[in-house]
Write a protein that binds this ligand. Structure first.
Ligand SMILES: Cc1cc2nc3c(=O)[nH]c(=O)nc-3n(C[C@H](O)[C@H](O)[C@H](O)COP(=O)(O)OP(=O)(O)OC[C@H]3O[C@@H](n4cnc5c(N)ncnc54)[C@H](O)[C@@H]3O)c2cc1C
Length: 397
């Protein structure tokens, strides 16, 4: 597959050169020339106002086999913390695999850290065809400056078509930096992916406060970048023994602009909200910060994580990492117990995939009951202590 020029149409306007995401178009006196950087992404063809460029598909078979490794592939950023892959990486690999198969390309994982060899096999077993590994003591802990620099360098070298990044606190910081450096688009917090007839990624995400779903395309720039929060997609099945290829990244000369003084563990106590099997969440219906302790007590009795609505986070009853919803975490536990939460759409988008939803609310018409598996109409101050007594009683027998 190659870009061809209809010289008779070309006005040498430069639109193709400006549109190329890889600086692969050089404008000469006779029209554009295409360098080895060209991935035949088609951005120049779309940008041309004179219909002077077209994609010659005749060349498809031979050039596909000759194209540089990685070009046109789907990549997942394999975020690791303390030497462990985050679950969101595997969740993205399930989606990445599906998109790569539809596009007829490979699934690559970009793995950075101080020492990452022990993670490579796990990535192969969850579907990676290639692992692009970058190891250096400076990359042991995530840091914006160096990680963004290395990801940019790797993308420029291998030119993936799609780059998916987990919507974690690090991913949310990394993705826009990389997108800006590459001059490409980024869709944050996607909840669904598809491909259009030209192979462009259709990126769906909630918009206008979750009241409608927007589908976004990035046809003129590459790679197409998106973040996805944990628990949005299911983790694919592991295929023990599956093999792939490791490609050692050439690391650029680091240009640090941050200095790490100290690394402090998160102050979170109890199970991790995004990964907990049971979440007990409290809302404004609890009435006071003192009553929010009832939620913590119930969570502790059940071995659950504590969640919260934005109303109580904004009121300072509990810290932001506990917030569930559109601007907080997305959770999908086996059981979600909503205490004194009305069920605003912005809250529901963060917990509606829970297997069983139990709602406690004094208002029988509260919207949360529309999605609840079990509803308890009653005051939280009475219902929660009764539940705690029941649970403690049953566990002490
Ligand atoms: C752009 C945007 C993003 C947002 N992001 C989020 C988000 O990420 N997460 C989020 O949660 N919200 C978010 N919100 C806010 C959201 O719209 C709601 O305002 C919020 O979820 C309401 O919180 P709540 O249910 O605790 O409070 P309320 O809506 O005030 O509901 C309190 C509920 O408690 C019940 N109640 C009262 N007394 C008792 C009692 N004694 N016993 C039992 N029940 C009782 C009431 O009947 C009521 O249903 C966002 C809003 C916007 C505009």
């Amino acid at each position: 597959m190659e870009i061809r020029l209809r010289a008779e149409n070309c006005t040498i306007c430069g639109a193709c050169e400006a549109a190329c995401p890889y600086d692969a178009v050089v404008m000469g006196n006779d029209g554009p020339q295409f360098t080895d950087e060209c991935t035949v992404c088609g951005a120049c063809v779309e940008a041309c106002p004179a219909d002077a460029l077209y994609i010659d598909k005749e060349e498809e078979v031979s050039s596909h086999s000759q194209r540089q490794k990685g070009a046109g592939d789907v990549w997942v950023f394999a975020e690791q913390r303390d030497g462990k892959l985050l679950d969101v990486v595997m969740e993205l690999m399930g989606e990445g695999r599906r998109l790569a198969s539809q596009l007829g390309v490979s699934l690559g994982c970009l793995l950075l850290g101080g020492e990452v060899d022990h993670l490579v096999q796990e990535l192969f077993e969850f579907g990676a065809d290639q692992v692009y590994a970058g190891c250096a003591p400076e990359l042991k802990h995530y840091r914006d400056d160096l990680y963004a620099q290395v990801v940019e360098h790797a993308v420029r070298q291998y030119r993936p078509e799609i780059l998916l990044i987990g919507g974690t606190s690090n991913g949310r910081s990394l993705a826009p930096r990389v997108a800006t450096k590459l001059g490409t688009g980024l869709t944050a917090d996607c909840t669904g992916f598809a491909l259009d007839e030209d192979g462009n990624l259709l990126q769906t995400r909630p918009a206008f406060g979750g009241n409608l779903m927007a589908t976004i395309r990035c046809p003129n720039h590459r790679p197409q970048m998106a973040t996805v929060r944990p628990k949005v997609f299911p983790k694919p099945a592991r295929q023990p023994g599956r093999q792939g290829q490791v490609i050692a990244l050439e690391l650029p000369a680091f240009k640090p602009w941050q200095r790490i003084l100290e690394i402090v563990d998160g102050a979170d106590t109890g199970p991790n909200l995004a990964e907990a099997d049971i979440v007990v969440a409290g809302g404004r219906g609890l009435g006071s910060p003192a009553n929010f302790r009832l939620v913590e007590e119930l969570a502790s009795a059940l071995g659950a994580a504590v969640g919260a609505s934005r109303a109580v986070v904004d009121a300072g009853w509990v810290s932001y990492p506990h917030q569930v919803g559109q601007t907080g975490r997305t959770v999908a536990p086996k059981i979600y117990i909503a205490c004194g939460i009305s069920g605003a759409i912005q809250h529901i988008v963060g917990m509606q995939s829970s297997e069983v939803i139990v709602a406690i609310n004094s208002d029988p018409d509260a919207p949360i009951f529309n999605i609840a598996t079990y509803g308890i109409v009653g005051k939280v101050e009475e219902v929660i202590p009764a539940l705690i007594r029941e649970i403690k009683g049953s566990t002490s027998q």
